[in-house]
Write a protein that binds this ligand. Sequence first.
Ligand code: AMP
Ligand code: MG
Length: 336
Amino acid sequence: MRVLGIESTAHTASVGVIDETARVVASATDMYRPEQGGIHPREAANHHADLFPDLLETALSQSGTDVSDIEAIAFSQGPGLGPCLRAGATVARMLSLTWGRPLIPVNHCVAHLEIARVLSGFDDPVLLYASGGNTQVVAYAHGRYRVLGETLDIGVGNFLDKLALGMGASFPGGPAIERWAREGRHVHDLPYSVHGMDVSFSGLLTAAKTLQARGVSKEDLSLSVESHAYAMLCEVAERAIAHLGARELVLGGGVACNQRLRRMVEEMARARGVRTFAPPPSLCVDNGAMIAWTGILAKGAGQEIDVSRSGVLPRQRTDQVEATWRVRTRSAVSPE
Ligand code: AMP
Ligand code: MG
């Protein structure tokens, strides 16, 4: 079985095709990069609408299969920016109607967890999801994925992007901060904002900008913000593991591409005897393949919807989705 997945929650338009063994048979992605400042939702949506025809063609030719091999169309229904979500949903509906294939709605955050779960072979991992717009600790309980902790303001990636913009980098800023941080020598004190299971980054952003205005070097500032922000993420992930008695932890989201975050998480988990896994960068960032994979799971559990009921849900919460495939089977690789 092959399913085609469409991703367009924010800056990335992506089409992926995956099979029932979780082999990515095609992946075509393009990221909207604003000329100035952060993401403008309407401009990002226009980018996606312009790019989807080419991405679709590329994905279909990469997969080397006939359209008839594609059994369903999955799409990111939420959460995300309304105009961007609608651009992807429109393509998904059109393909579903034209090819006569079922339409499967997918929650974007759940998809990050499911792709990491299948690639790791772990059965029941906790997810540390660190992306531009979202920062959450997620785990499965009683039929749904539950958000155990999250950011109370901006996502960690958003925080890095905003700071990097002021330091002369373009969007996305996380990779620039990572490069500068490698050359950093001194860690300056910054706010450390952990509130129970939640984190916040706006105070850290203000304090980091103050340090920058005082002339702290890019290198030291980057090292300082990475050290603080990633320690906060490790702390809430560790607390989730401790409370749940979890044995497995996976990473997801664009910030999970960061080598320092990966190392810090691994170190924390190793000390607890917990196994960790981070997908390759192409499957950490937003991508259509993870949507397609979650589509395979959801389809196996009968979660298709009619086009007339397929409106996007920009504020959809992770725990609003019934993970009925988890109830039917706890196997990581077999959706049926
Ligand atoms: P996503 O929203 O999951 O596609 O991830 C995009 C976010 O990941 C942006 O905020 C990027 O700045 C951030 N990001 C990407 N690569 C890195 C990296 N190597 N280190 C830190 N953040 C990163
Ligand atoms: Mg994401």
